[in-house]
Design a protein around this ligand. Structure first.
Ligand code: NI
Length: 163
């Protein structure tokens, strides 16, 4: 296992629609092990393949008791509304308030290629939505009004320079 380098805004791969995962088994398990290690190392609750530079529809998460690997994820349904802070390892965890559905149902394949569906609410539902967005080349800041989006990016760039 190894901690991979996290790609950051505005790297191109973060804006690309991911390619479907077609190979399951040993190679994918090894990749996901690296993704979990990278996510824990960065103290995140979710990490998608584009965030380690891979143009793939794949994410891992460990959030509020839901630990899973999701290949070829899609959001089947959503319900309600929640307003809360969200951040992203690829944008330096700079937080912004974002309204999301309160509940979400995820459909995806596990590391062996078996399809599953899972419901989550609150913060875990937010993670489903955020990570599935990554697989579609979308960042959470893309949901923000332009002014607030620019503010997050500005703060991220400023903090980066101080590293
Ligand atoms: Ni993210």
């Amino acid at each position: 296992m190894a901690v991979r380098k996290i790609t950051e805004y505005p790297e191109e791969v973060l804006g690309k629609v991911g390619q479907p995962v077609t190979e399951f088994g040993e190679g994918l398990r090894a990749l996901c092990a690296d993704m979990f290690e990278t996510m824990y190392d960065a103290e995140g609750v979710g990490l998608a393949a584009p965030q380690i530079g891979l143009n793939l529809r794949l994410f891992v998460m460990d959030c509020e008791g839901i630990k899973l690997t999701a290949a070829n994820p899609e959001i089947v349904s959503t319900e309600g509304e929640q307003s809360g802070q969200e951040g992203c390892l690829s944008v330096g965890k700079v937080p912004a308030v974002l309204v999301r559905p309160q509940k979400a149902r995820l459909r995806a394949q596990d590391e062996n290629g078996t399809w599953f569906e899972l419901d989550a609410e609150g913060y875990a539902a937010r993670a489903f939505l955020h990570e599935t967005d990554h697989c579609d080349g979308k960042l959470f800041i893309d949901h923000l009004p332009k002014l607030r989006r620019d503010m997050v990016i500005k703060r991220f760039k400023k903090e980066k320079r101080w590293d």
